[in-house]
Design a protein around this ligand. Sequence first.
Ligand SMILES: *[C@@H]1O[C@H](CO)[C@@H](O)[C@H](O)[C@H]1NC(C)=O
Ligand SMILES: *[C@@H]1O[C@H](CO)[C@@H](O)[C@H](O)[C@H]1NC(C)=O
Ligand SMILES: *[C@@H]1O[C@H](CO)[C@@H](O)[C@H](O)[C@H]1NC(C)=O
Ligand SMILES: *[C@@H]1O[C@H](CO)[C@@H](O)[C@H](O)[C@H]1NC(C)=O
Ligand SMILES: *[C@@H]1O[C@H](CO)[C@@H](O)[C@H](O)[C@H]1NC(C)=O
Ligand SMILES: *[C@@H]1O[C@H](CO)[C@@H](O)[C@H](O)[C@H]1NC(C)=O
Ligand SMILES: *[C@@H]1O[C@H](CO)[C@@H](O)[C@H](O)[C@H]1NC(C)=O
Ligand SMILES: *[C@@H]1O[C@H](CO)[C@@H](O)[C@H](O)[C@H]1NC(C)=O
Ligand SMILES: *[C@@H]1O[C@H](CO)[C@@H](O)[C@H](O)[C@H]1NC(C)=O
Length: 500
Amino acid sequence: MMIELWSIALLIFCSILSNSRGAYIGINIGTDVSNLPSALDVVALLKAHQITHVRLLDADAHMLRALADTGVEVMVGVTNEEVLGIGERASTAAAWVTKNVVAYLPSTNITAIAVGSEVLTAIPHAAPVLASAMNYLHKALVASNINYQLKVSTPLPMDIIPRPFPPSTATFNSSWNSTIFQVLQFLKNTNSYYMLNAYPYYEYVSSDGIFPKDYALFQPLSAVKEIVDPNTLFHYRSMFDAMVDAAYNSIASLNFSGIPIVVTETGWPWYGGAKEPDATIENAETFNNNLVRRVLNNSGPPSQLNFPINTYIYELFNEDKRPGPVSERNWGIFNTNGTAVYPLSLSAFDNATANSSGVFCVAKQGADIDKLQSGLNWACGQGQADCAAIQSGRLCYFPDNVQNHASYAYNNYYQRMRNVGATCDFDGTATTTTIDPSYGSCRFTGSQNTSSGGGDLFPPTAFGPVGQTAGSSILQVQDIGCMLLLLALLVLHVDLQIVL
Ligand SMILES: *[C@@H]1O[C@H](CO)[C@@H](O)[C@H](O)[C@H]1NC(C)=O
Ligand SMILES: *[C@@H]1O[C@H](CO)[C@@H](O)[C@H](O)[C@H]1NC(C)=O
Ligand SMILES: *[C@@H]1O[C@H](CO)[C@@H](O)[C@H](O)[C@H]1NC(C)=O
Ligand SMILES: *[C@@H]1O[C@H](CO)[C@@H](O)[C@H](O)[C@H]1NC(C)=O
Ligand SMILES: *[C@@H]1O[C@H](CO)[C@@H](O)[C@H](O)[C@H]1NC(C)=O
Ligand SMILES: *[C@@H]1O[C@H](CO)[C@@H](O)[C@H](O)[C@H]1NC(C)=O
Ligand SMILES: *[C@@H]1O[C@H](CO)[C@@H](O)[C@H](O)[C@H]1NC(C)=O
Ligand SMILES: *[C@@H]1O[C@H](CO)[C@@H](O)[C@H](O)[C@H]1NC(C)=O
Ligand SMILES: *[C@@H]1O[C@H](CO)[C@@H](O)[C@H](O)[C@H]1NC(C)=O
């Protein structure tokens, strides 16, 4: 009997897994940019990189028009200046919806309204009307009969969770109890989701070395550095997961459950002032590539494995007109001329970044020979780089030295694997360059000069059959795992019956 119940529970669990398809990566588009490209150019950039979800920090008419008929899902934003008015008068909310949403449907696929940005901490005087602003907007959607197409929510910062670690004991700052309670009640009643702005960057820099940088950057942790929640014994592989779980637990501490979290902002600045040494291009590249890989793997954080963590990266362009420290103006992943600031693939099939930035990965001049040799061995072995060209008699064999061979192997590995998060490091012996390292008839992978890079860039072993997203193939593995487990239990069940 027990076993039958277990099988049923497992079957339900399996079907939940199968239904939680398609975690997505979206991107924030801020507009405090001096050379902001035209809306059509922005949309062309989004399409070139197969970006399927965007969050506008406002409801810019040009962007909303340009996004029509693109298939991109759009989250529009009520600005903080507008929150108070909308929270005070239903008619203001209705007018906002008519002007900024109804006018663009259905050609522009607006699927959510984000009410303000971090209202509780940015404009606390508006907190008392936050829930009513959300309610009025929702009622306006109901009146237009579009409430099933759009969710209303409000992006909340991690700051309202004073002690996020360990995640199991995290709670909201109790001075916000009543506001947050109303917000959660609204989200629950309208089947909406919790919008979380979660920045491991800030958590890491303010934690004074308590947490290893690798943890903030989703890099593998050595056994001694593993981060474990002492109450749940969950192992946290990344600070990002721990932050999302802290928010889930804070919600649970107010007795709400079943409200999914969507991360409306996260990212890493790539340049900062003298006192911001962690804002580097290497860290930003590592963080964002690992983030994409993490999110697209489709699993939830340890406490909520079946809620994928849909996430919007902050942000498309540097907002050079923003006030504050230098890093504040350097979160963008693209230059305004459309080139990538650093190689980043926003989806498993984003080939556009693969060579549009023309970035190669080569051995550093003067790097330690032994380390280079290990890097070379790793790349051609476990790293599955295609090292045929550096074998004796082949085009890239000469000059026959470790430096040259490592460069070729590092670069081949990097070009093939950066779409799934690989970085150019190799124990500090590698560096990126925009100068094509090809020479004579030796063509480096990704060189614009190769006749067809396609086969090299996307080997079937690394990416699975074309036409399948990384998410769905991983999910299938989970499904198969589930089914096998189920089968095992059924067999066990039969065995037991025979024994009995
Ligand atoms: C808009 O997005 C929703 C949510 O993914 C989707 O179900 C719907 O088909 C999209 N609508 C259009 C017109 O593309
Ligand atoms: C909680 O929020 C209040 C109001 O913003 C603030 O004064 C207080 O310092 C916060 N408490 C903690 C522990 O962060
Ligand atoms: C806020 O909620 C927490 C968790 O339920 C509770 O422990 C706390 O007493 C509440 N604080 C106030 C001021 O109501
Ligand atoms: C949550 O539920 C528990 C158990 O029913 C109760 O003791 C607690 O007071 C509730 N907390 C809140 C914030 O409502
Ligand atoms: C997905 O990421 C989570 C968190 O890092 C990890 O625990 C899990 O094993 C990953 N799943 C797969 C299939 O890679
Ligand atoms: C694009 O802009 C970046 C940053 O301003 C600059 O470094 C780069 O050379 C530009 N590329 C092109 C092709 O104009
Ligand atoms: C990316 O590559 C795949 C297969 O290699 C191809 O089907 C797809 O059209 C390419 N996308 C772009 C934007 O080039
Ligand atoms: C990437 O490289 C391929 C093959 O070399 C080329 O056809 C394609 O146009 C390049 N894409 C970009 C965006 O430069
Ligand atoms: C491409 O390669 C050929 C032969 O190696 C060389 O002659 C030509 O200059 C190269 N073109 C560019 C743009 O690098």
